[in-house]
Ligand binder design. Sequence first.
Ligand code: AMP
Length: 395
Amino acid sequence: MHTLNNNDFSNRKAVIRVDFNVPLDENFQVTDSTRILAAKESIDYILNHGGSCVLISHLGRPKGKDAAFSLYHIVNKVSEILGIPVLFCDDCVGPKAETATAQLKPGEVILMENLRFYPEETAGDFNFALGLSKLGDFYVNDAFGTAHRAHASTTIMAQFFDEDKYFGKLLEKEVKAVQKVLENGEKPILAILGGAKVSSKITIIENILDKIDHLIIGGGMVYTFVKAMGGNIGQSICEDEYFDFALELLEKAKLKNVNIHLPTDVIIADDFSNKANKKVSMVSEISEDWQGLDAGPESLKAFEQVVMKSKTILWNGPLGVFEFENFATGTMTLGEQIAKSTKNGAFSLVGGGDSVAAVKQFRLGPKMSYISTGGGAMLESLEGKILPGIAALLT
Ligand code: AMP
């Protein structure tokens, strides 16, 4: 893996694919700077080692050139975060872009206009990628959030840099976090998979089953397993077509000595609503008109035992409908347990979609070892796929 570490970039210009796809309000002000902050380390590193930086990114999904999606809106925020005035070029490819970047001096940073003003970007167009490659002396990919896409700037342009292409600091951290769980994780290794559906987690389960010691299954996925085993789940969410998969998984896990932990009790509701009546029920004895929306107290106690004895923890997906305050306790409690185990020395990776949102909502972020910045990219990494953006840096 070619990382930025221990390189001298004196008088060299980096073209860095960053992910500045940040949310803007109606006045085009940045409402969440997480992604800009996440790219700062790579940019600072290159500037501090004698180089200059050309930043390329997409913003939203514009159909052609559209001022509402201009990266110009974020120049002030990027300047504020980097602590230096950042230049802007209102094109990202072609003569104007090449002239602007040619004038860049060591220590300077220029942000180029939205890559997706050109349909060639998402099409992975060869000539467009060649044009982008003319903006710098070396290429850095630090956009983990789009590393699962074979777009011109995330994948195709890497081929024009021979050896001169690098993992940015963020990309490096994301890849190492997954390796720390799935390749060289300290045992016992626990995976917690929650969320709505079994179907969206099958590939992950199949990829990790050989690598883990414990699997906690939570959220809406639970009811497919419980019904497959003959339990009564009332109106709970369920995918009948995955009964065979669920039963086979339980068998496979036994053969592989993986301990599967399903909740024994759940919080059930008489409606899919925050205002619904609720009570505790055994997971396999849910009354006909009720549905399970959160893990129950007895289950949470049992999960705590597993979480506290694990040395490596992967968490993907909430334990219940945490968006409803009245059914958020399970997800929050589990988050607190993982935080406690992390404090005791476990490595915890929170990755892929809604568990990241939950951790942020409950302000547990700083207490986890690593929180992934990429939803789809993290899911595909956990599925064992080599992301095209990463493969392009390795060839
Ligand atoms: P996923 O994107 O697969 O991780 O699913 C996350 C979603 O699963 C969240 O929006 C939760 O509200 C939902 N979810 C979790 N538990 C349940 C449940 N018991 N019934 C219905 N939806 C659930």
